[in-house]
Write a protein that binds this ligand. Structure first.
Ligand code: X2X
Length: 333
């Protein structure tokens, strides 16, 4: 008995070398929260990188995933990642903009034409600027942004074909000043709600419409409470993978390297997942009862221009940030 205790003491002094990892707590138990169902590519790739990190650090680092708003809505999770309640969170650019206004720059209406423009900008000067702004509020943003997608509009009332079809429309938008401003400028009546409230808000007709990328409409089963899907591509939206700054800095450099590579690689794979999902998701949603229509951006852009939306937001972002966006997509205002 004594001998066993002594041996255990020696083993713990030696860092429990040789002891199966299942018998000891990891040195760093990291926690990752997000707002999406487990079936979304973001969480499928997150499970993968968590396994990879545990294997490559030989159990020194574990990452527990809290998907689907288990820890609260976006606003709660943003507070938790700031306080250290969770280590990681993936807010949409629209959502982190409540704390870091420059982060909404990629969501300016009808700015990006396609994914080539998106990734060039977000992996380039525009993304670097936003990551710098995020670091100023005590958060660390990983290099590779994850894809949410081009946002599309759905409604239980009628198809949205042109800007005038949005007049007075009660539409849910994320908790995002840019979204509210844009949907007001388009003539609709936006209501800011966290994603955790969207399904029931549509079901109980608190709002008639919402806007999200098609993969989210699929995994969150919004087709059960919506009839029409209008392909507007009005905003490109992505997720910043962020960490609590103190906890991140507290991780030894060799472990930081392993975690960052695993997360950034998973982000690139997740972008590819969304790209291939985009091939078939419309057909799946049609089978689930959504009626689709395409749109031309001209009437929407004209309405935003005439209502002063671009001029106002150019002023709010400032010439530098606006210039980085126009450098990527061409002249907007
Ligand atoms: O809340 C939304 O609409 C979502 C899921 O797209 C975001 O995270 C912004």
């Amino acid at each position: 008995r004594r001998q066993f205790v002594a041996a255990a003491g020696a083993a713990s002094a030696a860092g429990l070398i040789g002891m199966p990892s299942i018998l000891r707590a990891a040195e760093y138990e990291l926690r990752y929260a997000n707002n999406l169902p487990m079936t979304h590519p973001l969480n499928i790739r997150a499970q993968e990188f968590a396994k990879r990190v545990e294997a490559e650090t030989k159990g020194q680092v574990t990452i527990a995933i809290f998907p689907n708003n288990q820890l609260g809505g976006d606003t709660d999770m943003l507070a938790q990642v700031r306080s250290g309640g969770v280590t990681f969170f993936t807010p949409s650019a629209l959502v982190i903009a409540t704390l870091v206004p420059a982060a909404a720059i990629n969501a300016v209406g009808f700015a990006f034409a396609d994914y080539d423009q998106v990734w060039k900008a977000m992996d380039g000067a525009l993304g670097a600027h936003v990551r710098g702004a995020i670091s100023k509020v005590g958060l660390y943003a990983f290099e590779k942004m994850w894809d949410n997608g081009f946002r599309q509009m759905t409604s239980s009332k009628a198809p949205i074909k042109e800007a005038k079809d949005m007049e007075g429309l009660k539409i849910r938008v994320p908790v995002s000043p840019l979204s509210v401003s844009m949907f007001k400028a388009l003539g609709s009546a936006p209501a800011s709600l966290q994603f955790s409230e969207v399904y029931s808000a549509l079901q109980t007709k608190i709002v008639d419409a919402q806007e999200n990328p098609l993969p989210i409409i699929q995994v969150a089963k919004l087709y059960e409470v919506q009839k029409f899907a209008s392909l507007t591509n009005h905003i490109w939206d992505g997720y910043w993978f962020i960490a609590n700054g103190r906890e991140w800095k507290g991780l030894p450099e060799n472990l930081q390297k392993i975690v960052a590579s695993a997360i950034n690689d998973a982000g690139l794979a997740q972008r590819a997942d969304i790209k291939s999902l985009n091939q078939g998701v419309q057909a799946d949603l049609e089978k689930n009862g959504l009626a689709f229509n395409t749109t031309n951006p001209d009437s929407f852009r004209a309405k935003l221009r005439d209502s002063g939306f671009y001029v106002e937001w150019k002023g709010r972002f400032g010439d530098d940030v606006w210039g980085l966006l126009e450098g990527a997509v061409g002249k907007l205002a």
